[in-house]
Design a binder for this molecule. Structure first.
Ligand code: PLP
Length: 361
């Protein structure tokens, strides 16, 4: 008798089989300007303080399930308004997954503007949700409000994701457009403020105005990408439900203690963010002045640009030859034809990138 062993074709849901594995290229030995990381490390005395702080973390015990010591520091650092609650996630990616898991069900939809953050589509598909991408305006990547309102009416999405600023385009959506979406939405509206440290704009103070508004933040882009720590902020009635979907102990003990230490020295991270903003201005100026390049204004720690005389994949390959890794976006969305995205690095890294690029375009 031959056993009928299962095959992925038979067992794995079609939506999952159709997905691609999230691919991360190796950055060994390269100038890494592809993933919106903070390029600065910590001064040696801060590293010493951190090592002392994690020394007695009891690794034999489960972490504090509600991160009691960390929450007040998070609340202060993120200026979370009184009355709003916080849910911590293993990166904001996990919080996106928690939000979608909580609403997942037959004929439920998730809506986001496109081009946008790929995890919205990826997670929605993995959970069997109907993902609706609504194109931005191609001229300036602003929201196409009539198209969005129409899609909201048609699909009545359980969740609308608005990245503010948007990734990979770098722009902030118009506040009055967002207000209109909030007014039209019959589901939750999640404003993803992953790039808040560089944007000088936030919807956080307006949480009380809209009970169906939730805000996502993360420590990743601020300088702690390796920790995986994000937060969802909103009213207690929504946060309580999302908390039921969260796996217990999702924030490990080292992350809790390290984040606590980092936020006690938040001024170091904020000064680095300030440096990155200044460097973004310089990078944008030089990039935009290059012949054959269109750079798009950014309120984040990266810049989207389009090349005209060579193809984006060719530019990507040449930069890689020169030891520089950026993000190639041609093919990711029709609106991103011959586009690439560069993360703002240190002045030296940015100069190497600019010199290399100037040699190709
Ligand atoms: C980078 C990014 C995130 C992911 O953040 P993590 O906290 O590292 O998971 C979320 N949203 C947007 C728009 C991003 O660009």
């Amino acid at each position: 008798m031959t056993a009928e062993y299962p095959t992925p074709e038979k067992l794995i849901r079609a939506e999952v089989r159709e997905l691609d594995v999230y691919h991360v290229p190796s950055a060994d030995g390269l100038v890494k300007l592809d993933a919106m990381e903070n390029p600065y490390g910590w001064p040696p005395e801060l590293v010493q303080g951190w090592l002392a702080a994690i020394r007695d973390v009891p690794l034999n015990r489960y972490p504090d399930p509600v991160a009691r010591d960390l929450l007040p520091l998070m609340r202060a650092a993120m200026a979370v308004p009184d009355g709003a609650e916080i849910l911590l996630g293993n990166g904001s990616d996990e919080l996106i997954q928690i939000l979608m898991t909580a609403v997942a069900g037959a004929r439920r939809s998730v809506l986001a503007p496109e081009p946008g953050f790929v995890m919205y589509r990826l997670i929605a598909r993995a959970l069997g949700l109907n993902y609706v991408g609504v194109p931005l305006r191609s001229a300036d990547f602003s929201l196409d409000l009539p198209a969005l309102l129409k899609a909201v009416e048609l699909h009545r999405p359980a969740l609308i994701f608005l990245a503010y600023p948007n990734n990979p385009t770098g722009n902030l959506f118009n506040d009055s457009d967002i207000e209109r979406i909030l007014e039209a939405a019959s589901g939750l509206v999640v404003i993803d403020e992953a790039y808040a440290p560089f944007a000088n704009a936030t919807w956080m103070p307006r949480l009380a105005q809209y009970p169906h508004l939730l805000i996502l933040r993360t420590l990743s882009k601020l300088g702690l990408a390796g920790l995986r720590l994000g937060l969802l902020v909103g009213s207690s009635e929504w946060i309580r439900e999302m908390d039921k979907v969260r796996l217990p102990y999702n924030i490990n003990a080292l992350t809790q203690r390290t984040a606590q230490f980092a936020l006690e020295h938040n001024e170091v991270l904020l000064a680095q963010a300030e440096q990155i903003r200044a460097e973004r201005g310089r990078l944008f100026g030089v990039l935009g002045a290059l012949k054959g390049v269109t750079a798009y204004p950014s309120r984040a720690n990266f810049i989207l640009f389009r090349v005209h005389s060579v193809s984006a994949p060719a530019v990507y390959a040449r930069l890689l030859d020169d030891g520089i890794l950026i993000k190639q976006l041609h093919g990711a969305h029709p609106m991103l034809e011959n586009c690439l995205r560069v993360t703002v690095g240190t002045p030296e890294e940015n100069q190497r990138f600019l010199d290399s690029l100037a040699g190709v375009v």
